[in-house]
Design a binder for this molecule. Structure first.
Ligand code: NAP
Length: 457
């Protein structure tokens, strides 16, 4: 029977779902899968993107672990595609590759002052509070007043993590350096800015409602943002999610802190709508001093137009949470406008044409861009896998498809890779660290230490 030797690059939900779906799919050939991950631990954005105080979503790790623990997928962690292993290597040893590398960078925002000291991308901050090994351990949290740009769930995560008191995060898996950093934070006011109105936000209701339940944080909304146009009223009447979001926001208008007046809490979280950022104002030392924005108004079709009215709020730090962006992979076509591998339903295409790139596939955010919840990745993987199966005639013809070739190649290059047993070691170690302090888990942040613990060195 023919065999498909498949490499999957990226051990987040997209990569693991693709492997699982292929292994369970009806097909006329055997499959063996090697899953490569640049980090020493698997689970991608579930481990390093989902906020630590969202245990329900973090729980997806249990389902992903069940797939890996079945034992029919080999895991090679701490292996960087493009450095430790290249596309040419994959062509020598596999019949095809699926890239599932996601989107982990912040998209850019083209406004004056964006380069100011204290102007951050949300993705970097998320990586910090989730204990990503490749970002600095320290995060500056001296600002009293902070802006968060964007009205998606990442903006909510960032705003919530900034506004929450560090002690309220102790039940979570946050690393020690993150607890210490947040504990020392001087923040009193977090201002979230959305360029459109309350009926056009990208928040999901559950995540929005949570903002209003934070300990010692007043939620502040402004009456001026609720003068709806017909398009907003139609959206609220016709879309259940928008209706629930409106109901939550309206309930906050009844709270004492409305319009910024007189709440009791030591911290405030303000939601500003119809506010399009136009400039980050800097002080003489080049640090963030204020955010300048143009007040917008609805255009009648769900969009907005500028009113010409410019406003300013004094801040000392700014986080843009306006979307993630994919990163190019050496040797693989990349659409740098959309931040994805150009593709037709997961089959990679040459840039700017409909010509197929045989043997190369994509799934998840590197395929369709950084939108959608984790569950959406499953249907995405099904589509990609269906093509992979049907494309048998155009797979690569590897010169050495043996299973021993890859460990030998990595050893020859001195790559200290981790495997599934290694992940079990690290997992047990983190749980034990947590138990010693009465917490669920304490994440190991240092890459070298992760590798050492995984490899039992
Ligand atoms: P998103 O949902 O696409 O939201 C991006 C936000 O940025 C939108 O409000 C957008 O406004 C705004 N924006 C874009 N460009 C802008 C600009 N130039 N100026 C001002 N605002 C701008 O993206 P995301 O928040 O990064 O989330 C990505 C995906 O992950 C989403 O599917 C999200 O639901 C999911 N996620 C889920 C959770 C969870 O807890 N369930 C947590 C994190 C992420 P417009 O709408 O006007 O374009």
């Amino acid at each position: 029977m023919t065999q498909l030797r498949l490499a999957i690059v990226g051990a987040g939900p997209a990569g693991i779902y693709a492997a699982d779906i292929l292994l369970k799919a009806e097909r006329k050939f055997d499959v063996s899968i090697d899953l490569f991950e640049q980090l020493p631990a698997p689970y991608g954005l579930v481990r390093y993107g989902v906020a630590p105080d969202h245990p329900r979503i973090k729980g997806i790790i249990n389902a992903l672990r069940d797939v890996l623990d079945r034992g029919d997928i080999r895991v090679f962690g701490n292996v960087r595609f493009g450095e430790d292993i290249t596309l040419d290597d994959l062509k020598r040893h596999y019949h095809a590759v699926i890239f599932a590398t996601g989107a982990v960078r912040d998209t850019t925002l083209d406004v004056p002052g964006i380069e100011a000291q204290g102007s951050h991308g949300a993705a970097d901050f998320v990586s910090w509070f989730d204990g990503h090994p490749d970002v600095p351990r320290e995060w500056p949290l001296e600002a009293e007043s902070v802006a968060v740009l964007g009205n998606g769930n990442v903006a909510l995560d960032v705003a919530r993590m900034l506004a929450k008191h560090a002690d309220d995060l102790l039940p979570t898996e946050i690393p020690a350096n993150v607890y210490d950093g947040l504990k020392a934070s001087k923040v009193t006011d977090v201002h979230v800015f959305g360029r459109r109105g309350p009926a056009q936000v990208k928040f999901t209701p559950l995540e929005l409602r949570e903002l209003g339940e934070l300990n010692d944080v007043d939620l502040v909304v402004y009456d001026e943002d609720f003068d709806y146009d017909q398009a907003s009223r139609d959206a609220i009447a016709s879309n259940k999610q928008v209706m629930v979001i409106d109901r939550i926001l309206q309930s906050w208008r009844q709270r004492p802190g409305v319009n910024g007046a007189g709440g009791e809490a030591s911290r405030r979280l303000h939601l500003h709508f119809y506010a399009r950022p136009t400039e980050i104002v800097k002080d003489a030392e080049g640090r963030v001093a204020a955010i300048r924005y143009e007040r917008t108004r609805p255009d009648g079709e769900g969009g907005v137009v500028g009113t010409g009215e410019i406003r300013e709020v004094a801040i000392q730090a700014m986080y843009r949470a306006i979307g993630y962006f994919g990163s190019p992979l050496p040797g693989v076509p990349f659409d740098d406008h959309h931040g994805v591998i150009p593709n037709h339903e997961g089959q990679a295409l040459q840039v700017g044409s409909n010509d197929r790139v045989p043997g190369v596939y994509a799934t998840g955010w590197i395929k369709r861009g950084p939108v959608g919840l984790i569950g959406h990745t499953k249907s995405d993987a099904m589509e990609t896998v269906r093509h992979l199966i049907n494309d048998q005639g155009s797979w690569w013809q590897p010169v050495d498809p043996s299973e021993e070739a890859i460990p030998a190649l990595l050893a020859e290059r001195g790559v200290r890779h981790t495997d599934l047993d290694g992940w079990h070691n690290l997992d047990a170690h983190e749980l034990a660290l947590g138990e010693a302090e009465g917490r669920v888990r304490i994440k190991v942040v240092d890459r070298e230490e992760m590798v050492r613990v995984s490899r039992g060195e």
